[in-house]
Design a protein around this ligand. Structure first.
Ligand SMILES: [Zn+2]
Length: 273
């Protein structure tokens, strides 16, 4: 039997399945310490927005439909999206009107030298303040680290430390909250459904919206779709207004060129990864 795809419908099934098991689903928020004791079965839910604001906005609406509020952690230093673009402002508007929570998706700019805890603290302060100014949301105190796996070994301990009053999503395990994430499709849909029936009572779950919107069977398919989106977005927003590019490609780059470009990512020879 073929495995279930990573789709919006299956994301909804997973959430419903946890809920059927009696979990109260809440966003990771500034009230973490009070609320963690309030329910016997509780899920702190979080969405990290790595690349795709459209996917984030879609999840803002899906979670609203499901009747849950989530915590959306946003990057401020990425070049792949801009929170002050039209798309970004629409996303923030949706987050606010659906009463979700905003957190910082924290990234290290200087990976090699940044081993000092004080620098981490001042960066968190600076970036949350920036996010508050961009979104108009007050007291953003939740943050999650982006791409922990690329950090140097001598920095890894910083990822799990407490930075109160800022709530480090990766420190939740030290309060007895078990963490599960969908990073790189590490669990299949079937495993998530199984997990919903067997998991401990207090959970912290991370779902990346971009991994669920492509109706895909593998992470490679997701990455190929995302890559195509990056290029098309860049083309639509920038190149198409250049008259030389427009003369050459009045409708943008042809589909066949994308297929050619993405072929190595989807090639059968590399199927084992
Ligand atoms: Zn991330």
């Amino acid at each position: 039997m073929s495995k279930a795809k990573f789709s919006i419908d299956n994301y909804k099934r997973i959430i419903e399945s946890f809920r059927k098991e009696g979990y109260e689903i809440v966003p990771l928020d500034n009230n973490f310490f009070e609320i963690k004791e309030k329910y016997s079965k509780i899920i702190f839910i979080r969405h990290d927005i790595d690349y795709n604001l459209k996917a984030g906005r879609l999840f803002s609406e899906i979670d609203k439909e499901l009747g849950i509020k989530s915590c959306f952690c946003l990057r401020v230093h990425t070049q792949v999206y801009n929170l002050l673009s039209k798309e970004g402002l629409e996303f923030i508007k949706s987050i606010k009107s659906n009463r979700h929570i905003v957190g910082l998706h924290f990234e290290i700019l200087n990976r090699v030298k940044m081993v000092d805890r004080n620098i981490v603290v001042s960066s968190i302060k600076r970036d949350t303040k920036l996010l508050e100014d961009i979104t108009g949301i007050k007291r953003i105190r939740v943050f999650s680290w982006h791409n922990v796996s690329v950090l140097d070994d001598d920095m890894k301990h910083l990822v799990y430390e407490s930075y109160l009053p800022y709530i480090n999503a990766y420190s939740l395990t030290s309060y007895g909250i078990k963490y599960y994430s969908d990073s790189n499709h590490r669990y299949s849909v079937e495993e998530w459904l199984f997990l919903s029936k067997k998991a401990p009572d207090k959970l912290h779950l991370l779902f990346h919206p971009f991994q669920w919107i492509h109706n895909s069977s593998s992470m490679r398919e997701v990455l190929a779709n995302e890559w195509e989106n990056f290029i098309k977005k860049f083309e639509d927003e920038n190149l198409i207004s250049n008259h030389i590019f427009k003369k050459l490609f009045p409708d943008g780059y042809e589909k066949v060129r994308y297929e050619e470009f993405l072929r190595p990512l989807l090639s059968k020879e590399k199927r084992r990864i």
